[in-house]
Design a protein around this ligand. Structure first.
Ligand SMILES: Nc1ncnc2c1ncn2[C@@H]1O[C@H](COP(=O)(O)OP(=O)(O)OP(=O)(O)O)[C@@H](O)[C@H]1O
Ligand SMILES: [Mg+2]
Length: 660
């Protein structure tokens, strides 16, 4: 008999008594005896490096190779060892049923049968002991095979090879690995490192898990039948709360969709080891490969958690149950718990947003608005530019009708809670407000958006379309989702400048913009329907906007080039009180030059720089020369009928005159 005392050097005293280790040792001992003593062949020197005549003779006599040593001698040995093996198996089964050790709990949690458990016990026992590895090399007659091969497993455990096949429960649970190379029979099998750690009592999470994975423990975690559960709608926190409602005692592993096969493996293994249900937070529809992964890990409970309902054909082929959450808005109880105050109607926050804001403001309700601003700001970085509104309605010169429309827009956004909540009008499709500003360049669309935001006390976020629109499939939607998601706290105005780049007609695929218009437009339309905030879109060409969009627009304002009285007002507004202004003939400027507010502003600014350069005041000559520059930029003719007696100045080499 082999001395067993020396083999347990690595186990603590308690470990040494574990039935799974006892069984593993008993089986290994028997195999070693059968293989070697039963054949009367002791391992020769250079085992595995050298093949002797005796061995070849024996193999030739015994093909097929897995047959093992002669039957009579083996039968005699087995008879002698049988009582020991029977006892070890019995104790092993009892221990499993009683879930005494980490090993037993792992086997039960994953739902392995007894033979799978034996294979796992053997591999895990070998893995943690160099002495057992020597024994394995010995019984496999090869120093280069210190772990059990598929062939050895087939001899030691009933159907041992099948238990490590790719579709076996052990492999589906990612508990064991089989060497990727070499002949099938001599591929070595071993437990995943994480399994060895877990059996040694260490709970460190797998380092290969997707970034952002969270563990939610449960003191009374219960083993339950595996289920597939779909949760759609609202925000992540509300969806998680729905999962807790359904499985109050289940430990959870919450993570984003794994991005690589290695991450999937880590998730499946970690969930199995910790007996956790996996909550996948989906930002996009499930792809086929991911659905297959979920389908394959039948021993686990899965939750697919997503903001929008998942399409049926993307779901894994397993029976499922589903809940749909209508609103993720934090209620009075949530607000009281988080900040100790009643809900603030100015901030329709979801549970998740409320939690983030509360932690950022340290639970201080006075810091609420700062917290909410940061909530949106960080996520919009790189996709939108924040504009802190400075100017007011008096800075904007428009015909009365357009000015009224802007006031109506402001009123519409402000009055939402009265009209929809108090009066009970149904918000179709959502309580959000979408405004469209159209008109030629320089007519004040951006200025108007800034002023509307300022009147509402909100920041204006100008979406950088060149950063949002991506040529990669799905990226634009992802960026838009990030923008709308971040903005949905309702504390800002989303401003899509030059919106026709994105919202162009869906049917025509004529100009460069349309290459991305089609898919994204469908997404954007759908997203606008659920967005609760204020969106302003600006375009130079109204007729280029898709009809489906026009239906979704609550307020449309047409911006036109200013008429003479309006131009006069804009000229007057263009020089701040602190500027050194000489005699300026605003009547002349307004009457002669049929230009937009944008050009007026640029001309005034240019004249101011000409004056500052020579430390003089702004004169008509400087304004005329600055206008000349603006006209040059636009490639516009300068006529005597416009410039009048400044014509010679702007066309000739009259600059010297200005130095005075
Ligand atoms: N109607 C107006 N009243 C007062 N100022 C105006 C008006 N229109 C333009 N301006 C001035 O011109 C500047 C530029 O206008 P703004 O950027 O708002 O034009 P826009 O319509 O957004 O042009 P674009 O289509 O090129 O983006 C404003 O900041 C403002 O100083
Ligand atoms: Mg603009």
């Amino acid at each position: 008999m082999l001395a067993s005392a020396g083999m347990k050097w690595d186990e603590t005293r308690e470990d040494g008594a574990h039935p799974w280790l006892v069984l593993a040792d008993t089986l290994l001992q028997r195999e070693a005896l059968v293989c070697r003593l039963g054949e009367g062949l002791l391992p020769h020197d250079f085992a595995g490096l050298y093949i002797g005549h005796d061995e070849v003779d024996r193999i030739l006599a015994e093909l097929p190779g897995l047959a093992g040593p002669p039957a009579e001698r083996v039968a005699e040995l087995l008879g002698r060892l049988e009582p020991e093996v029977v006892l070890a198996r019995k104790q092993f089964a009892e221990s499993l049923a009683a879930e005494r050790s980490d090993f037993d709990r792992l086997v039960r949690g994953i739902g392995l049968n007894e033979l799978d458990a034996q294979v796992l016990a053997l591999l895990a026992a070998v893995e943690r002991s160099p002495h057992r590895m020597r024994l394995v090399s010995y019984l496999q007659d090869n120093v280069q095979l210190p772990r059990l091969t598929i062939a050895s497993l087939a001899r030691i455990v009933q159907y041992g090879a099948r238990r490590v096949a790719p579709d076996s429960p052990l492999r589906r649970a990612e508990l064991i690995e089989v060497g990727p190379e070499g002949p099938w029979a001599t591929r070595m099998c071993h437990p995943a490192v994480r399994v060895t750690w877990a059996l040694g009592g260490d709970d460190s999470a797998d380092p290969g898990l997707p970034p952002g994975t969270r563990m939610i423990d449960s003191p009374d975690n219960t083993n339950q039948p595996a289920e597939l559960f779909l949760v759609a709608g609202a925000d992540t926190d509300s969806r998680l709360a729905a999962v807790r409602d359904r499985w109050p005692h289940k430990a959870l592993l919450v993570c984003p969709l794994p991005g690589s096969p290695a991450e999937w493996t880590a998730v499946v293994r970690e969930a199995g080891i910790g007996d956790r249900a996996v909550v996948l937070e989906l930002a996009a529809p499930l792809d086929r490969a991911s659905a297959d992964r979920v389908e394959r890990a039948t021993h686990l409970s899965w939750v697919l958690s997503s903001a929008h309902e998942l399409a049926l054909d993307t779901l894994p082929g397993r029976p499922w149950r589903e809940v749909r959450l209508e609103s993720g808005l934090a209620d009075a109880t949530d607000w009281a718990t988080a900040l100790g105050v009643a809900p603030d109607p100015a901030y329709p926050l979801t549970r998740e947003q409320l939690r983030l804001v509360a932690s950022a403001s340290g639970g201080n309700p006075d810091a609420l608005s700062t917290g909410v601003r940061r909530l949106a700001g960080g996520h919009l970085e790189g996709l939108a530019v924040r504009i802190r509104p400075q100017r007011t309605m008096t800075d904007l010169v428009l015909p009365p009708d357009q000015t009224n429309q802007l006031h109506e827009l402001i009123a519409r956004y402000r009055g939402r809670s009265v009209v929809y909540q108090e009066w009970g009008f149904s918000p179709l499709p959502s309580t959000g407000v979408v405004a469209l500003f159209s008109g030629p360049s320089g007519t004040g669309k951006t200025l108007a958006a800034e002023i509307v935001a300022g009147q509402l006390g909100l920041d204006l976020y100008k979406v950088d379309l060149s950063a949002v629109v991506s040529k990669y499939i799905g990226e634009t939607e992802k960026n838009l989702e990030r923008i709308f998601g971040a903005a949905s706290a309702g504390d800002l105005v989303l401003f899509f400048d030059e919106a026709d780049a994105l919202f162009g007609k869906r049917s025509e695929v004529s100009d460069a913009h349309d290459r991305y218009a089609n898919i994204e437009v469908a997404y954007l339309l759908q997203r606008l329907e659920t967005y609760q905030g204020l969106v302003v879109m600006a375009t130079n060409l109204q007729r280029n906007i898709d009809d489906a969009f026009l239906r979704r627009i609550s307020v449309a304002v047409d911006f036109e080039p200013p008429d003479e009285p309006q131009r006069r007002l804009i000229w007057e507004h263009s020089f701040p009180p602190g500027a050194p202004v000489g005699e300026l003939d605003f009547d002349f400027l307004a009457r002669q030059f049929k230009v937009t507010g944008g050009i007026i502003r640029n001309a005034a600014l240019g004249a101011a720089f000409l004056a500052a350069d020579v430390d003089a005041s702004v004169t008509m000559e400087r304004v005329a020369l600055s206008l000349k520059r603006e006209f040059q930029k636009l490639g516009r003719l300068r006529t005597e009928s416009e410039f009048g007696h400044y014509f010679a100045l702007v066309n000739g080499d009259g600059n010297a005159e200005l130095a005075r």
